[in-house]
Design a protein around this ligand. Structure first.
Ligand SMILES: [Zn+2]
Length: 97
């Protein structure tokens, strides 16, 4: 159960996670400029936190798009989907021993 803590000790924590999240969202939305994109690609290579956040956000958006095929989803559905994707992300089938 201490698996996640272990990972954190190995990798250094994100120096500026708030900023990273902001940039990651821009990249996912296709609104990042060249500098932001460069920062993003260089950063997610080293930063596990942000790499995971990026994958998570992408999965959420893909899931929403697949489910709805519309651009605007009701807030509750997004929250629900986020929760579900996050759960499966943070608890990948641990059944394999
Ligand atoms: Zn980071």
């Amino acid at each position: 159960m201490a698996r996640r803590e272990k990972l954190k000790n190995v990798k250094k924590p994100c120096p500026d996670h708030e900023k990273c999240i902001h940039v990651i969202n821009l990249v996912i939305d296709g609104e990042a400029n060249k500098d932001e994109e460069a920062f993003f690609y260089a950063h997610v290579r080293d930063c596990l936190d942000c790499a995971q956040y990026y994958k998570l956000e992408q999965s959420i958006r893909a899931a929403i798009r697949k489910k709805l095929e519309v651009k605007e989803a009701p807030e509750e559905l997004i929250v629900e989907l986020k929760k579900r994707v996050k759960d499966s992300f943070l608890n990948p089938s641990d059944d394999v021993s």
